[in-house]
Design a protein around this ligand. Structure first.
Ligand code: ZN
Length: 725
């Protein structure tokens, strides 16, 4: 091994990059906060486990003997406030699935291990489960009581934050910020509301509970990590990793417990991975934008493509995940493997010096706070270099010890191919040998038709599958993928826009009805397929082929309601824009009427349906034509120019509710009126988006949008029509 570059890491505790030096020379003790096993891990969780994996591989490559511990939380208090309310996610998941908590935990633990293996994350040396380490947690709690840092109250044990002077040193925070919509009631048993539970008394009928000196109960979440880190690694450890969400309160409380109990520093280096965003938003089950490893596989990606994608950003920065970026990562990964497979030949002295220089750059990039993007760039410089094949090969294989891309094991074709393809490829090689090139080319085409590609390299012929994701794909992954024509001149009078997520027939009904009535006007029709169901996109393309005014944009997944509309607004070139929900059917000429109303003084938005309000909290459907507080999204017509004043729609509105109101109020605040015309010849059918969303989900999503709306407009009752009367 070459001379190791000293490792420097950013320590959350000190907010600086520091030189790494282990507690015990040559050995590294590493603890990673593991999963709570009541559901599948999402790729955001996995990103932080990848960070820990890269760290461990780097340490091992430098010759350290690493002991890595990753706990499995099978008592599922994900958050302290849930614990305080006595909730347990493992138990609720078990009840919901009709299984025992043990079965639930075992199932998701296994799934977690499988996901990690697919991402080439080295298994930790220990995966201690919370439920088998309760004795240690009880002992630690006893120690804290004995040392005067904790107190009991009605079978519960609390850590007394005021007794620990260093509380807040990691997060620079003393208590949770007031989270919107979450009100944690003051616990009368606590001396100070900052105090947190180490042990909770079990309520009547609770499934997961253990005996303790304070009666039957169950441990807190934070004590789990303090107890297991001490048991498996000792009181002082080198690295503790987790996601930024863990900093407060979880890791802050862990420090308080461990340092109060053992009287010495708990962790030398705290490392936290940043969030993975999806479509620019924080990934969360509640936002409906989570991906699991299986979701990537279903789309034809290798899980390792996600590992490659994560290597393109530093762990401390947010990474925005899109299908498009994953596709680029998959291509990059395959190309790198291909480069390695092409690099052959016998080892010589030639190129050794240049190779060593690149090797040095690679390892020092990693040693600099795990700069994977820089290290990856060096790997690519090697792959593209003129270094002798043997040198290239040796370097890339060396790098892959940390990168973990399976560059060698999988070779250039990560996908298995059928025997027929192989036979054809052999036939083609034989034809080429006989210089029968036209025949050889014909066979290449046949192979291509079977969705495989043959590539000739020095060492022979490689067969590469053309996977689904590699097709030339015009589909968009975010509204950022389309250019904005908002500042460009009009091309037609009307842009008619339909953004649809569900309902093939409904969409067809809406589209046919409007295109029929748009025959007499200068118009373009833009349809955004916002993640429509299988087969529907193709049907839409057929319809579009028959009418050259129709332009279709396919999104490769549901972008969110606002983002879908933004695609439309950015691409529109009409003087007026008319948006229609696919539940609407046009029954007559709406265009003459809309044009007539839109020329009126200070008219911003016109529609068929609208609402008024007294307080911006409840809204009533308007019955008659005239001014309203907001036009409803079923049909909205406005000058395209208006968007230059209001700005594009707020993409945090993934669910459609209140998005239309937000848009109308933005127009109103710019001094425009919103009006409806009940004589517009349109009808409304069942609204699929509403009908297809389960009631509970609907309430939750509606509520989120409602609060978002209130924060922005709640104080603007001056805008209301009722005020003007
Ligand atoms: Zn933890």
């Amino acid at each position: 091994m070459q001379q190791a570059t000293p490792i420097r890491v950013y320590n959350t505790l000190t907010r600086r990059k520091e030189d790494f030096s282990p507690v015990e020379p040559g050995r590294v003790k590493m603890y990673t906060c593991g999963p709570t096993v009541y559901r599948y891990a999402h790729i955001g969780n996995l990103r932080s486990y990848l960070m820990a994996d890269w760290l461990r591989r780097l340490l091992e490559a430098q010759g350290y003997r690493v002991k890595h511990v990753k706990n499995i939380t099978d008592v599922g208090h994900m958050r302290q406030d849930m614990l305080e309310r006595g909730e347990d996610k493992v138990i609720s998941a078990a009840l919901a699935e009709g299984k025992t908590p043990e079965q639930i935990a075992a199932h998701y633990t296994e799934a977690f291990m499988a996901d990690e293996a697919k991402l080439n994350i080295l298994p930790a040396h220990e995966f201690p489960r919370a439920t088998t380490n309760v004795t240690e947690m009880v002992d630690l709690t006893k120690m804290l009581i004995d040392r005067g840092y904790a107190y009991t109250a009605e079978g519960n044990v609390y850590f007394e934050v005021g007794r620990f002077a260093d509380y807040g040193k990691l997060s620079r925070q003393q208590s949770a910020g007031l989270e919107e919509g979450v009100r944690v009631e003051a616990d009368p048993l606590k001396h100070d509301q900052r105090d947190f539970a180490l042990w909770k008394a079990a309520e009547e009928g609770r499934m997961l509970k253990w005996p303790s000196p304070w009666g039957d109960g169950f441990p807190g979440w934070h004590i789990e990590c303090s107890a297991m880190a001490a048991k498996y690694l000792g009181p002082e450890i080198d690295f503790h990793t987790g996601g930024v969400d863990n900093i407060f309160p979880h890791h802050e409380d862990e420090i308080a417990q461990s340092e109060a109990a053992f009287g010495r520093r708990h962790v030398r280096y705290w490392m936290h991975g940043q969030h993975l965003l999806v479509d620019g938003l924080k990934m969360a089950k509640s936002t409906g934008n989570t991906y699991e490893v299986s979701d990537l596989e279903k789309r034809g990606f290798e899980p390792l493509a996600f590992r490659y994608l994560c290597a393109t950003a530093r762990y401390g920065t947010r990474l925005n995940f899109t299908i498009r970026s994953l596709r680029a990562a998959q291509k990059g990964l395959l190309r790198l493997r291909e480069k390695l497979s092409e690099a052959g030949g016998r080892a010589t002295k030639k190129g050794a010096k240049g190779g060593e220089k690149l090797r040095g750059e690679f390892w020092s990039a990693l040693a600099d706070d795990l700069s994977l993007p820089r290290a990856l760039a060096v790997a690519w410089r090697v792959a593209r270099s003129r270094l002798p094949g043997a040198v290239k090969r040796e370097l890339l294989m060396d790098f892959d010890r940390v990168l973990g891309f399976d560059l060698v094991a999988r070779g250039p074709s990560a996908f298995a191919f059928p025997i027929e393809v192989e036979a054809l490829a052999r036939e083609r090689t034989e034809l080429r040998r006989r210089k029968a090139y036209p025949e050889a080319d014909a066979i290449r085409e046949r192979i291509r038709g079977m969705r495989y590609e043959v590539r000739d390299a020095k060492g022979g012929t490689a067969i590469i599958a053309i996977p689904v994701w590699a097709e030339p794909d015009p589909a968009i992954s975010s509204s950022g993928d389309v250019d904005s024509h908002l500042s460009e001149p009009d091309r037609v009078d009307f842009t008619i826009g339909i953004v649809a997520r569900r309902g093939c027939e409904e969409l067809e009904r809406c589209l046919t009805s409007v295109s029929q009535w748009a025959n007499g006007v200068s118009a373009e029709i833009i349809v955004v397929d916002n993640g429509l169901e299988e087969g529907c996109g193709a049907r839409l393309d057929q319809l579009a082929a028959k009418d050259k005014r129709v332009h279709v944009y396919h999104a490769d997944h549901f972008l969110g309601s606002a983002a879908g509309l933004n695609v439309l607004l950015k691409q529109a070139r009409g003087h007026y824009v008319v948006t229609l929900d696919s539940s609407v059917e046009v029954k007559g000429d709406i265009f003459a009427r809309l044009r007539e109303v839109l020329v009126g003084p200070r008219i911003g938005i016109v529609g068929r349906w609208g609402v008024t309000s007294e307080d911006l909290r409840s809204f009533e459907e308007a019955e008659t034509s005239g001014d309203v507080d907001a036009v409803e999204g079923y049909l909205m017509a406005f000058r395209r120019d208006l968007v230059n004043e209001t700005g594009l729609l707020d993409e945090k509105y993934r669910f459609y509710r209140h998005l239309d109101l937000d848009f109308s109020l933005a127009a109103r605040t710019s001094g425009y009126r919103a009006v409806i015309d009940t004589r517009l010849p349109v009808v409304r059918h069942e609204h699929l988006e509403w009908a297809a969303t389960p009631e509970e989900e609907r309430d939750r999503l509606s509520k989120r949008n409602f609060y978002r709306f209130l924060r922005k407009w709640g104080e603007r009752s001056d805008l209301l029509v009722a005020q003007a009367r």
